[in-house]
Structures are given as structure tokens and as C-alpha cells.
Design a protein around this ligand. Structure first.
Ligand SMILES: Cc1cc2nc3c(=O)[nH]c(=O)nc-3n(C[C@H](O)[C@H](O)[C@H](O)COP(=O)(O)O)c2cc1C
Length: 174
């Protein structure tokens, strides 16, 4: 297979959050897509090793904060290269709890969606969570971050836990 084709599929870059009782956590995710319009439902591909996976599985709830194009790399890295098992990712950041109790990031975001899980599918390394949208809002107009922008302009990278991770030879690395 020509693995370069995998880089031709478009995504956004999001902060997917959940909770377990009073504990909150979130991770960076690009595998987020709307799958139906009536009712509006979203699918997420979440690695089974992630703390966020444990929280979504347990609570059946998640929120998706939509990152803006100007979101700094270190914010995406904080949520995407570290686990909530080691750090409190929301420490010092502006956020609020949504109606479903999941945290919504209020900085470098253009809006959010809140969802209730209606189905989950075992996809091997990842679980596909399908959630019905229960609330959502646009905070401000602005360009949402695309996955292509993250790679090409921000020169960001993706860890192995992401479903779209592609192993590249040294000379091909971005
Ligand atoms: C740009 C980017 C995109 C990512 N996309 C996903 C994704 O769609 N699904 C996933 O499970 N992990 C994805 N990850 C990896 C998780 O964010 C990462 O494993 C994180 O450390 C999990 O944190 P947690 O253990 O606190 O849940 C992505 C990371 C980055 C930087």
C-alpha cells in the first residue's frame, strides 16, 4: 500500500474530554467525525490505553472542544503527548464544565459539542464511540485547526496512539 494516501484524508484537531465521577481529563484527537444529521451524532476513535478512553467508557459522556488555528503546539502537545495519569492537563487553563459535566476548553477554541454515548464498537487498538449531540456552541468566529495545518504549518507530529499515526522513514519525517 502507498501509505502516503493516508495523509490525503482530511481531519480537524480537537480536545476530547470526559469525566469519571469528579475527575476530569482530556486528550488531543483528530479522529472525530459527524456520522448522522438527524439526530446529529459524532464518532470518535479513541485508543484503549488512554485515560480518556477509561473515562468515556465509564461515564458514557464526552465533549469535543474545537481548536482554533492559532492554538499553540504546546497546548496540543500537553493534551496529546501526556497522559492524565501523570499530569493534571487542565491545571492553569481556562475551562468550564458542560451540561454533561465534561470539561470544555475556553482558550484557543472556537466552540464545542457535548455528547452522550449511544454505541461503542471494538476496533482492536481503538474503540469507536458514537455519541449523540446534547449541546453545543460557537464561542467566536475563526478558523478551526485542520490536521493538515497542524502538520504543514505548525510542523506538529502525532504519537503512535493516534489512529492516523504513520511510521515514516527518517528522511521522510516532517
Ligand atoms: C495531533 C494529535 C492527534 C491525535 N489523535 C488521536 C485520536 O484521534 N485518537 C486517539 O486515541 N489518540 C489521539 N492522539 C493521541 C492522544 O492524544 C494521546 O495518546 C494522549 O496522551 C492520551 O491522553 P490520556 O491518557 O490523558 O487520555 C492524538 C495526538 C495528537 C498530538
Amino acid at each position: 500500500m502507498d501509505t502516503k494516501i493516508l495523509r490525503k484524508i482530511s481531519y480537524g484537531v480537537y480536545i476530547v474530554s470526559s469525566r469519571k465521577g469528579e475527575c476530569i481529563n482530556a486528550q488531543t484527537a483528530n479522529a472525530v467525525m459527524q456520522v448522522t444529521s438527524d439526530p446529529p451524532q459524532f464518532a470518535l476513535g479513541i485508543n484503549k490505553e488512554n485515560l480518556t478512553h477509561e473515562f468515556i467508557k465509564e461515564s458514557g459522556l464526552f465533549a469535543v472542544s474545537v481548536l482554533s488555528q492559532e492554538a499553540p503546539l504546546n497546548l496540543i502537545g500537553r493534551f496529546g503527548f501526556k497522559s492524565g495519569r501523570e499530569v493534571d492537563k487542565f491545571d492553569g487553563l481556562a475551562y468550564r464544565l458542560g451540561k454533561n459535566g465534561c470539561p470544555i476548553l475556553l482558550e484557543h477554541t472556537v466552540g464545542y459539542l457535548e455528547c452522550k454515548v449511544v454505541k461503542d464498537l471494538d476496533a482492536g487498538t481503538h474503540t469507536i464511540f458514537i455519541g449523540e449531540v446534547v449541546d453545543g456552541q460557537v464561542f467566536k468566529e475563526g478558523e478551526p485547526m485542520s490536521y493538515a495545518y497542524y502538520h504543514l504549518v505548525k510542523r506538529g507530529t502525532t504519537p503512535k496512539t493516534a489512529p492516523t499515526y504513520v511510521e515514516t522513514k527518517k528522511e521522510e519525517k516532517q
